[in-house]
Design a protein around this ligand. Structure first.
Ligand code: S3P
Length: 662
């Protein structure tokens, strides 16, 4: 079973970033998506004078807002980048607050329709002009002339959460009555968040068909309560990993994911395709339900047919579903989905063209696609048009769907899922089967990662002893290379070291239940722990050529023995397909105390303080280095050892090992 956690939900993150600064009191929101889109929302609010502090903490972004609203000074130009949600929700916020500004975006966003939000806001009395082409960004909001906005009853022709949100936000901020009805349910995150902040809204959380939301300010004092929440995982990001699990024939568990009914229509489509899905509710966050899902693949995928009211609830998952359809038995059909033509790309056209080039029989209709699934290896080029969901959908096919694809722009996944390619690794086709076919007991790997002084090596050693596995530690190899480089006088000279290291004779030699290391025939022994090696090893280990050699030696050991391997990138880079991955964490203060205790000399509170700061600095370095940064693999199990005795940590891992190797 592969276990994953996905980044914070993008839609909820946008709303937190845009709405929390408008509250009258302080807000703290954790776990926001750290994608490029959400950063555009945060930046825009800062440019509008909101007191928003944004930091990278643990999983995703944390924002802290003092509250108190906006104060932009002279009309700023706000770059919304690629993000339709930023542009459209901001239009409502600016109109409702009477603030003058210009909204603009990248060429893709400049190509998307804006009249759908601008028109109802103009109908409320907001003064908005197109700077260039009608219906397109950039738009100029002129601020308030006299009086406030007018009440509005808006009947949307398309189900759009962005339009609904813009009108609601304008009404709430201008304190005028608004009603929005839509032909089918679109995601209602704005409604849930505003209601959670004390805004009097009437809407039906359970509705699935056409719906209506009403804001009536009578009797309301106009204040929004601060927002305290942790953003749940993004179901749209999870969908890609679930799709990969279905293609790879591997079960997957997704933890703490947002289960808003407006977002999870794709689960019913996957059930139609034969997947078995168990949903366990977890506690909600500001009206947003959370669940843990277990998905088991069928022997082969069946085709599906979707349309009507379901479309707004699967709108962002259609690229993935189309790719799965190419691998299903029979002909799948997608109807009533013309909205896909005005997303980050014309997704219907891009999907039809790309699948067609790969040899899949596709028919493109004005509002949908029919896709005839086929067997056999798919090969070809994927032109993503910079569209993150197109890149990720075909990335899934390439990794797990018996395909060999050249994707022109993988980096665009950063828009919503910066760690996507790494998260996809465990699903990569064929990894499991090659391991299973291994003739000896060799090849089983437990990966143990974690920050400095988290107890990785001692834990890994004990686990290895108890299981009869061999313990190996990546630090041993890095130290051996550093020792050798110091001896040669090239430890400070990156280029010479990088040139020499590929030819270096360095080997892990089994010794006493673990490994010793030999470099050019010599055994450095206690020289590995010398102060000179300790001072230099961190810098040496950042050199790509050095990392490559270490990675190769570790994998060789993993191919020959059952190992418990510890380091900082074992589960992410060295053994992305390890059967069991553990990520050990502990509070920096506790790690500092453990490190000082190892030295067996008395220490003071000041020593602890200094050591804590040193460890925190090292953590920052390890997490931010460009090559194999310290990061928990998505399928690693995190164990917080701050208040656990060492034996308990070892027992917990042994228990996990039993079920992983069953
Ligand atoms: C979103 C709403 C949807 C969706 C988009 C995010 C939102 O767009 O496709 O990715 O966060 O409100 P529409 O409201 O245009 O349907």
């Amino acid at each position: 079973m592969i276990r994953v956690r996905v980044p914070g939900d993008k839609s909820i993150s946008h709303r937190a970033a845009l709405i929390a600064p408008l509250a009258s009191s302080a807000s703290v929101v954790r776990g926001l998506s750290d994608g490029v889109d959400v950063r555009a929302s945060v930046r825009a609010m800062q440019r509008l004078g909101a007191a928003v502090e944004c930091t990278e903490e643990g999983r995703g972004l944390t924002i802290r807002c003092a509250g108190g609203g906006l104060d932009p000074g002279s009309a700023p130009r706000l770059d919304c980048g690629n993000s339709g949600t930023t542009a459209r929700l901001l239009a409502g916020i600016l109109a409702g607050s009477g603030i003058a500004a210009v909204l603009d975006g990248d060429p893709s966003l400049r190509g998307r329709p804006m009249r759908r939000v601008i028109y109802p806001l103009q109908a409320m009395g907001a003064r908005i002009e197109y700077e260039g082409e009608p219906d397109r960004l950039p738009v100029r909001l002129r601020g308030r002339a006299t009086g406030t906005l007018r009440a509005l009853r808006h009947r949307g022709r398309v189900a759009s959460a962005q339009v609904k949100s813009a009108v609601l936000l304008a009404g709430v901020l201008a304190r005028v009555r608004v009603e929005v009805s839509e032909p089918a349910l679109s995601r209602d995150h704005t409604e849930r968040m505003l209601a959670g902040m004390g805004v009097p809204l009437a809407f039906d959380r359970e509705r699935m068909g056409a719906g209506e939301v009403r804001f009536d300010p009578s009797g309301w004092d106009g204040g929004l309560d601060g927002l305290l929440m942790t953003v749940p995982g993004d179901p749209s990001s999870a969908a890609f990993l679930i799709g990969a699990s279905l293609l790879a024939g591997r079960a997957v568990r997704v933890e703490a994911v947002a289960a808003n009914p407006g977002r999870i229509g794709f689960l019913s489509v996957l059930e139609e395709m034969g997947a078995r899905i168990d949903r366990d509710p977890a506690s909600a966050q500001v009206g947003e339900p959370l669940e843990t899902w277990t998905i088991r693949p069928p022997d082969s995928l069946r085709s599906f047919s979707i349309g009507g009211d379901l479309i707004p609830r699967v709108i962002d998952e259609i690229p993935l579903l189309a790719v799965l359809a190419a691998r299903a038995r029979g002909r799948s059909e997608i109807r009533d989905a013309a909205e896909l033509r005005v997303k980050e790309s014309d997704r219907l056209a891009v999907l039809a063209r790309t699948l067609g080039k790969l040899g899949v029989v596709v028919e493109e209709r004005p509002d949908g696609l029919t896709i005839q699934g086929r067997a056999g290896r798919l090969r070809g080029d994927v032109e993503t048009r910079g569209d993150h969901r197109i890149a990720m959908a075909f990335g899934v096919l390439d990794a797990a769907g018996d395909a060999d694809l050249r994707i022109d722009d993988r980096a665009c996944a950063d828009i919503s899922y910066p760690d996507f390619w790494e998260a996809l690794e465990p699903f990569r086709h064929g990894r499991r089967s090659s391991r299973r076919g291994h003739p000896s007991r060799a090849g089983r790997v437990i990966a143990v990662d974690g920050p400095a002084a988290s107890g990785k090596s001692s834990t890994a050693l004990s686990v290895a002893r108890r299981l009869g596995f061999v313990h190996v530690n990546s630090g041993l190899l890095y130290r051996a290379i550093t020792w050798w480089a110091l001896d040669r006088g090239i430890a400070e000279d990156g280029p010479s070291l990088e040139a020499a290291v590929p030819g270096l004779e360095i080997d892990l030699v089994p010794a006493g239940g673990g490994f010793d290391v030999s470099v050019e025939g010599a055994r450095p022994g206690s020289g590995l722990e010398s102060p000179a090696v300790t001072a230099r090893v961190s810098a040496v280990s950042t050199l790509p050529a050095v990392r490559e050699v270490v990675l190769e030696r570790l994998r060789r050991a993993g191919g020959q023995h059952e190992i418990v391997c510890d380091g900082r990138d074992i589960g992410t880079a060295v053994f992305p397909d390890a059967e069991l991955k553990i990520f050990l964490v502990a509070e920096a203060g506790e790690r500092a105390r453990r490190r000082l205790r190892q030295r067996a000399a008395p220490f003071t509170d000041d020593d602890v303080e200094r050591q804590t700061r040193r460890l925190e600095a090292r953590d920052r370095l390890d997490r931010s280095r460009p090559l194999s940064p310290l990061r928990r693999a998505p399928d690693a199990i995190e164990i917080d050892t701050t208040s656990m005795p060492p034996d308990e940590v070892v027992d917990a891992i042994l228990e996990l090992a039993v079920s992983a190797f069953r």
